[in-house]
Design a protein around this ligand. Structure first.
Ligand code: FMN
Length: 167
């Protein structure tokens, strides 16, 4: 796919084909794209927990206020920050950049994703639920699966958001 098509056509997908299994090779490609994101001082503080276990996916659905599609997607990637590795408190930004690469790569491969926020309000709950180590925090959960909805590409360029030289 052409780069600008990937960027513009990616939409948050919340309806997935139940039972579709995303091949792990594709998950690896998608995570590799995440790992190509920029990172402050090359610390690469991200960690990724790939969740395919339906029992855990259903627990996520129950505990997350806005992730009712977790089990139908079939995969949730917990995008995490290892705080001790981050530079100057910038790890959350690094993880956000990796997350966007992940979502774009998934879209380019024909998958749907939706970023579900966790940090800063509910990371303690999800850290416990997903049993991540103490110096790791869950920043978000990205659903991944075969989309069964097609969303139009809206016009989004907004000249009022752009300031040149002076505000
Ligand atoms: C930090 C963050 C948290 C989000 N949390 C959720 C969420 O919990 N559940 C959800 O369905 N969508 C969530 N979204 C997706 C947004 O709703 C979505 O990106 C926005 O509506 C724009 O739509 P688009 O992604 O299709 O362009 C989140 C997005 C971001 C960046």
């Amino acid at each position: 796919m052409e780069f600008f098509d990937v960027v513009k056509e990616r939409r948050s997908i919340r309806h997935y084909e139940e039972g579709f299994v995303v091949p792990f090779d594709d998950i690896k490609k998608i995570l590799e794209a995440g790992m190509f994101a920029p990172s402050a001082m090359r610390r690469f503080p991200w960690e990724f927990l790939v969740i395919t276990d339906q029992v855990i996916l259903q627990k996520i659905e129950k505990e997350h206020q806005y992730a009712s599609f977790a089990s139908s997607a079939g995969v949730m990637i917990a995008v995490c920050e290892k705080e001790s590795v981050s530079h100057a408190g910038m790890g959350v930004l690094d993880v956000a950049m990796a997350s966007q690469n992940i979502m774009l790569a998934a879209h380019a491969l024909g998958y749907g994703t939706c970023f579900c926020g966790v940090y800063p309000e509910t990371h303690e709950k999800f850290n416990e639920l997903l049993q991540v180590p103490k110096d790791v925090r869950v920043i978000g959960l990205i659903s991944l699966g075969k989309p069964i909805e097609i969303k139009p590409t809206p016009a989004r360029y907004n000249e009022f958001k752009v300031h040149v030289n002076r505000w």
